[in-house]
Design a protein around this ligand. Structure first.
Ligand code: G3P
Length: 206
């Protein structure tokens, strides 16, 4: 319906704000698409050596995912946005980050934005997924590997948490599966590097 399309369109535009590029620009730093992995994301901004810029990128990219879904859940119903509409909003903000209209459709891999989406869907779901990321990152020091493992677990957490802490919405479950699948797809080059033992560890320049 029209309401869902308007919400999803706005979510896509919000997702299109690539904060890795914007934060770097505002802070007078090099464009993250020109160094390291070339990915506009917090992990790559950290390779610049500027921790504050990386943290701001992480927080703002997560915040946009959170905000889109939160608005869909809180003010959406007042406009007649249904549960499948919220699921569409979640996918739309994520797609904005991956394929941003403001940056020639060349965006990031969606880890921070997906975390924001999960936190808005259900704080416990978001925290469980973040904990998964932290455990894997703590052991192996690979941001990409941590994201891949967390992405595999997130839809299961949502599914199994249903009945315990929340009601599982089938449309949202599908949205989370789509988001995880796209996130994994966007990590193709990382998967190759991990298998060849060439992936760079968190905070390393190379
Ligand atoms: O946030 C994306 C991360 O999982 C991998 O980033 O720059 O190492 O490809 P990067």
């Amino acid at each position: 319906n029209v309401v869902a399309l308007i919400f999803a369109g706005l979510a896509y535009l919000l997702g299109s704000l690539s904060f890795a590029v914007l934060v770097s620009r505002v802070m007078g730093m090099a464009d993250p698409r020109t160094y390291g992995s070339g990915n506009p994301g917090a992990t790559n901004v950290l390779r610049s050596g500027n921790k504050l810029a990386a943290i701001l990128t992480l927080l703002l990219d997560a915040f946009k995912g959170w905000l889109a879904v939160w608005l869909g859940l809180v003010i959406g119903p007042g406009f007649g946005l249904s549960a499948p509409g919220v699921a569409l909003v979640a996918v739309a903000v994520f797609l904005g980050h991956l394929y941003p209209v403001f940056f020639h459709f060349k965006g990031g891999k969606g880890v921070a934005t997906a975390a924001g989406v999960l936190l808005a869907v259900q704080p416990w779901l978001g925290l469980a997924t973040l904990a998964t990321w932290l455990i894997v990152a703590g052991f192996f020091r690979y941001s990409s590997l941590a994201a891949l493992v967390a992405a595999v677990f997130a839809p299961f957490y949502y599914w199994f948490g249903g009945g315990l802490a929340w009601n599982v919405d089938p449309a949202l479950l599908l949205a989370l599966m789509i988001i995880s699948a796209l996130l994994i797809w966007r990590h193709k080059s990382n998967i190759g590097k991990l298998m060849r033992g060439e992936e760079s560890r968190i905070g390393r320049k190379k």
